[in-house]
Design a protein around this ligand. Structure first.
Ligand SMILES: CC(C)(COP(=O)(O)OP(=O)(O)OC[C@H]1O[C@@H](n2cnc3c(N)ncnc32)[C@H](O)[C@@H]1OP(=O)(O)O)[C@@H](O)C(=O)NCCC(=O)NCCS
Length: 171
């Protein structure tokens, strides 16, 4: 895990608060000022972290939006891209010490509600067939399996390619 997680970020406008299931957790809209935090959070969930400049580039694209959960410190985030009346989840992660208390579900709910309010009708994602935690989270959040992408992930020197499941939810 990368070390820098104590940085505070502004209480953003446009965020929303959910009372359950994690009552002390706020979810705020992420912006260009949060790229370092987003990169650090991403590094806690994936072996190839995206740099803050990658987040800056993504957040500069039309339709791309992020939400960050925080209580005393940032605990997770979701990044989505909307186009016309569809959207895709680009990435989602919760820091290891705060997993399994409902933050992933809260981030998904926040993104889906905001996207729906902005006119998105359906949201898609790809998830590794090996990622049981994420698949279960998505299923419990109302996503259904729509197809497969063979050898979608990896396939480097030291790893075999891994298939992805395509999932979707009608909002
Ligand atoms: C996947 C991830 C975002 C889940 O976040 P989370 O905050 O732990 O998820 P939640 O606490 O909201 O869990 C919601 C449901 O998902 C399922 N779930 C979560 N973690 C699970 C696990 N390790 N094993 C099995 N099911 C799990 C449970 O059904 C859970 O509901 P329950 O606690 O009522 O049983 C988190 O594990 C993570 O950041 N993983 C690394 C990055 C990643 O894989 N991102 C997804 C890429 S597609």
């Amino acid at each position: 895990m990368r070390a820098r997680r104590t940085q505070n970020f502004p209480r953003a406008v446009g965020g929303c608060v959910h009372d359950k299931p994690v009552s002390d957790m706020r979810v705020i809209q992420g912006g260009s000022e949060h790229c370092d935090i987003l990169s650090t959070l991403h590094g806690t969930g994936f072996s190839k972290p995206w740099g803050s400049e990658e987040f800056a580039a993504l957040l500069g694209q039309p339709g791309v939006a992020a939400w960050i959960s925080e209580s005393n410190e940032p605990s997770g985030f979701i990044l989505v891209r909307a186009a016309a009346d569809e959207a895709e989840i680009l990435t989602l992660a919760v820091i290891p010490e705060q997993r399994k208390i409902g933050i992933g579900a809260l981030l998904l709910k926040t993104a889906c509600e905001a996207l729906s309010a902005a006119g998105t009708k359906q949201i898609f994602l790809e998830v590794s067939v090996k990622n049981t935690a994420a698949i279960t989270l998505y299923q419990k959040s109302g996503f259904a399996r729509r197809g497969m992408r063979t050898a979608y992930y990896g396939g480097g020197k030291d790893s075999e390619p891994v298939d992805a499941i395509i999932m979707a939810k009608v909002l």
